[in-house]
Design a protein around this ligand. Structure first.
Ligand code: BG6
Length: 486
């Protein structure tokens, strides 16, 4: 089913995100017949390029970031006909806005959907929104998509929201968190609420603790300028991991409507017990990698990867214990962690059920462990004990395993594919609402403040390991262990 014809205007069109994620996502949806041939994709950035030069860059990007078997020359050529380029600094009111306007008005009917996708530095969002609006480009069917990070703390996030909100109503603002575009994250909602058995066991009575890990093997990837001012807490925890947490922990929403869903997610965020400098040490571990081995080869320390500055205290790893102050979750730790230069690239949720009683089968039975693998190789596994065949009551552990769907035959869509078209359709369910971003920042900001007053800085960990010892100790206090140590 194609979506209605649209114009997609991308600010930051020569940047990394556009080349690596946005254009490939649009290409794939086009190749699947979801994008009509009269839709347009208009890249804007400061570089003075013409359409042809930009198309060649786009072609190269597709060559690098789309799997070879999905690249069909004729399809690529047809796709590139949709692509245009206008040289423009979106944050300045002078410049070729007329060119952009003329292009947008050239064949569009008045009510054609326009999506303005902001993939620039976030401090420009307010200005771009203002210019788009004051130059008369915004219509009733316009939407604006904001990439993360929205701000760097609660105050700056509020400012971004306020500045953009002056020109776009909230229901046309789509804050993207690409983790919500991941098939296996969306599946958590189905798993929890489509299986009454699990739904009944999804609380403190049955669940001992939860772990949410997003580990990466990469280091700085040449993004030092951005990353060093950010760190793992802002880059991953504030958005992606807290989003996964909300989906794992929320109450059953009244419906799957955008607001019903997001109301419940906000409730989780506002119920998080505050962490601040008084309880930081016991609940949060931060680390920075020193040299080690990754993927079989020696890699330098974070501080050596950084251009120039060597004394940085930016954390490349965070592990923390979050608690949700409500009836369902009182006393159940949610351990969140994310880091660069870990031993493997893996995102997963581990739900550890409580241990059983000793008796029939000897010692207390260990609690079952439900593992939701978000990437790579999406799956849900739940090992169960069954009787060993034969004359005794020995036990075997079997893996009740499910891949999601049929991954051998079906390629899961990249997280951006669905989300970019949701913005066209005007479906905000999988986007982050204003109060949601602000609630997440409200919880995260005191941690940042606590750190800034603590001169010890992050603990070191060797590249290619699971983070500093302090991350292990965080769980040991409660007799818990990270999944790789079990
Ligand atoms: C981005 C972060 O939001 O997510 C990056 O800025 C990180 O630092 C990336 O590498 C991880 O995304 P994914 O989809 O590869 O898990």
């Amino acid at each position: 089913e194609p979506v209605e014809s649209f114009d997609y205007v991308i600010f930051g069109a020569t940047g990394d995100l556009t080349m690596r994620k946005l254009l490939p996502a649009l290409y794939r949806r086009f190749a699947e017949g979801q994008i009509t041939a009269d839709s347009r994709i208009v890249g804007t950035a400061r570089s003075p390029l013409d359409d042809e030069t930009y198309r060649e860059r786009a072609r190269k990007a597709l060559g690098e970031h789309v799997r070879a078997d999905e690249l069909i020359d004729a399809t690529v050529n047809r796709f590139l006909r949709l692509v245009h380029y206008v040289s423009l600094n979106g944050a300045e009111s002078t410049g070729n806005w007329d060119g952009l306007k003329t292009l947008l008005e050239s064949n569009a009917s008045a009510d054609r959907v326009r999506v303005f996708y902001l993939a620039t530095a976030p401090d420009l969002y307010g200005e771009i929104a203002r210019n788009v609006s004051e130059q008369g480009l915004r219509s009733d069917t316009s939407r604006i998509v904001l990439e993360k990070p929205i701000g760097t703390d609660l105050d700056t996030a509020r400012k971004v929201n306020e500045n953009v909100g002056r020109y776009f109503p909230e229901n046309s603002i789509f804050r993207i968190d690409h983790y919500l575009g991941k098939e296996a994250v969306q599946n958590i909602i189905a798993l929890r609420f489509a299986n009454p058995m699990l739904e009944r066991m999804w609380d403190r009575e049955s669940i001992d603790y939860v772990q949410i890990t997003a580990a990466e093997t990469v280091g700085l990837e040449g993004r030092g300028g951005y990353y060093d001012g950010s760190g793992a807490l802002r880059d991953m925890i504030q958005n992606h991991l807290l989003q996964v947490l909300t989906v794992v922990a929320m109450e059953r929403p009244e419906s799957l409507d955008a607001d019903a869903l997001r109301d419940e997610k906000v409730r989780v965020l506002t119920s998080l017990k505050p962490l601040d400098r008084n309880n930081l040490r016991a609940n949060v571990a931060r680390g920075q990698y020193v040299q080690g081995t990754a993927g079989g080869k020696a890699v330098p320390a974070y501080r050596e990867e950084l251009p120039g500055e060597t004394e940085s205290n930016t954390e490349t790893f965070v592990a923390l214990k979050a608690e949700i102050d409500n009836d369902r979750w009182q006393g159940v730790p949610f351990y969140l962690r994310s880091g660069k230069r870990m031993p493997e690239k893996v995102t997963e949720v581990v739900v550890q059920f409580r241990a059983g009683e000793p008796g029939l089968f000897g010692e207390a039975r260990p609690g079952s462990r439900l593992v939701i693998r978000v990437q790579p190789n999406e799956s849900v596994t739940l090992p169960l004990f069954v009787k060993h065949p034969g004359n005794s009551f020995g036990l075997d552990e079997v893996d009740a395993l499910s891949k999601l769907g049929q991954p051998e035959r079906i390629r899961y869509r990249d997280s951006y594919e669905g989300l970019m078209l949701d913005a066209v359709k005007g479906s905000p369910a999988l986007f982050v609402r204003k109060d949601e971003t602000e609630a997440a920042w409200k919880w995260v900001t005191p941690i940042l403040e606590g750190w800034s007053q603590d001169e010890t800085g992050p603990d070191s960990y060797e590249a290619g390991t699971w983070g500093p010892e302090s991350a292990r100790e965080l769980l040991q206090q409660a007799g818990h262990v990270w999944v790789e140590d079990i």
